[in-house]
Design a protein. Structure first.
Length: 119
């Protein structure tokens, strides 16, 4: 985990909070052995903000493997580049809103059986 977000992550984070997507957004959350940039837990949507290092072949292979595992866990991946966030934020937000609209929310915790046992 990085202590400080990149400029693009910070910009997206501020915009998501200001835009009020109507759902909780968590930054740098652990999922299995991975740490994702942003996750919308209610929708199992992950947003990854990628810099130039993600264009290197070894990183592409790692990202593909990581994405495949996360998708097998029921997550939907949205990958955006730093430049997209910094230069076309409205387009990035539209992609996130579309993912929310296309993805049914997870059932509430009680419906999933995650409630505490009565005493």
């Amino acid at each position: 985990m990085r202590k400080e977000p990149t400029a693009a992550e910070k910009h997206l984070s501020q915009s998501i909070r200001a835009n009020k997507l109507g759902t909780r957004v968590r930054r740098q959350m652990n999922i299995g052995a991975y740490i994702v940039d942003f996750v919308l837990p209610e929708y199992n949507v992950i947003i990854e903000v990628d810099g130039l290092t993600h264009a290197e072949m070894s990183q592409i292979e790692y990202d593909n493997s990581r994405s495949e595992w996360l998708e097998q866990q029921g997550y939907r991946m949205i990958r955006v580049g730093n430049l997209a966030v910094l230069q076309n934020l409205s387009g990035v937000l539209e992609r996130i809103e579309l993912a929310i609209a296309e993805t049914p929310p997870n059932p509430p915790a009680k419906a999933r059986g995650n409630q505490k046992e009565p005493r």
